[in-house]
Design a protein around this ligand. Sequence first.
Ligand code: NAD
Length: 477
Amino acid sequence: MTDVLLELSKNPLARKLVSSAGLPIPMPEALARPKGPATERFLEGKTVLVAGDGALGAILAGVLPRAGAKTLVGSEVLQRTIAASAEAYGRPVGSLSSLPTEGEHAEKVHALVLDGTAFESTADLKQLYTFFHEFVRSIGRSGRAVVIGRPSDTANTVEQAAVENALEGFTRSLAKEIGGKGATANLVLVEPGAEAQVPAVLRFFLSSASAFVSAQPLRVSAASGKLEDPWEAPLAGKVALVTGAARGIGEATAQALAREGARVVCLDRPDDDEATSKVARAIGGLPLHADVSDPSAAAKIVSELRKQTGGVDIVVHNAGVTRDRTLARMDEGRWDLTVDINLNAILRITQSLLDTSTLHENGRIVSLSSIAGIAGNMGQTNYAATKSGVIGFTRFLAKDLKKRGITVNAVAPGFIETRMTAAIPVVIREAGRRLSALGQGGQPEDVANTITFLATPGAAGVTGQVLRVCGGALIGA
Ligand code: NAD
């Protein structure tokens, strides 16, 4: 389904016409998206501004110059921390004051990063104001703002808890202010001791893989064992199962996982065997025809995975349906089918994979929730119940599986352009697209790239999280 406004806004003449005529028409900015597999120097030729003397200085030093970024920093401490790595990778590190922000030589930068992990008092919050106030206009199209803090439940004082939580309101609001240029703002909440788990998270938020993730907090916990974090082909040697892979988000996810090196088992209903086999063939994967709501499906999946691939490392529970009706008009069949496919199947398949150790140690489980499961939606009591259920499943199982190094997360897409949203009445569809910081719908690949990030070895510190891929939607925010 074409977004007419987005298409129009790609034409510079039309953009100019609308803005000079002062017409109240939102002109969303086309988002920069990945053009191929993850590459090490994904920030080549880009400038990143860094402020805040927190616990993440050494981590930022390990990420930014290696990614090819020119780094401008706000303090001598940061300059000293980043200098050695900047030299090793041949990337300059300079001072924030050297950036021309006004006049004809004003420079646009890719990202602003503030390390607020040392914040303790309300006075520290002023750093948010000083840094972003001065440089927010320098953020370029599809740019990034990343705030790093501590989760407020790890605070030592009541004032610190307040200050740590303040970062969330700040980041969510900033996302709304910069969304018009296709730029995002996100918050990384690092538990004390989880610093080594942050690099992959930072790379995701700074890269185009997170194009449609904005205004979101993401918590990072400490993970045990040796941390693997390959920057390129991170899923080489891994086997992934994607349910509902014949089309839409599932198809895009199978493609994204394969692009990063995984061998993908593409599961969809037997009726869709042609479409599923086509997707599998195109990515060198394997088709698996099963109806996940069939009580015998879990046993079939386990036996096929053991026989064909020797088990699985990544499971993506994507198959899902809507059967909308307001509750008074909803027949029992609609309720039962939705609960069975969207929730029962996930519980049954996961249990079988775990009971038989078909899901390997250090595995990854990612399930599809929805904004409807967070905010609720008229006519979707059945669907929203299942999508909230997925969140409960995710949080509980994450704790249970931590000792096995298996992470369990959910993604909650907002408005994504698929056949599911193409079926929404036009006025509601337009509202769904525009009522977000980025002012447009997302693409299946945006959800796929987020799932792929959660599936990587480097995301070992992210578990029990619900990451929204919603462009900073107002709904449920
Ligand atoms: P889609 O309808 O395009 O694709 C869903 C796939 O799941 C289909 O290929 C379908 O055949 C398969 N499927 C359905 N029932 C199945 C069963 N019983 N067994 C095996 N496969 C089955 O939908 P989509 O938009 O790509 O959505 C994918 C997931 O994302 C769903 O869980 C959905 O609830 C969730 N989601 C989508 C959006 C959106 O905006 N599109 C928003 C929030 C959440």
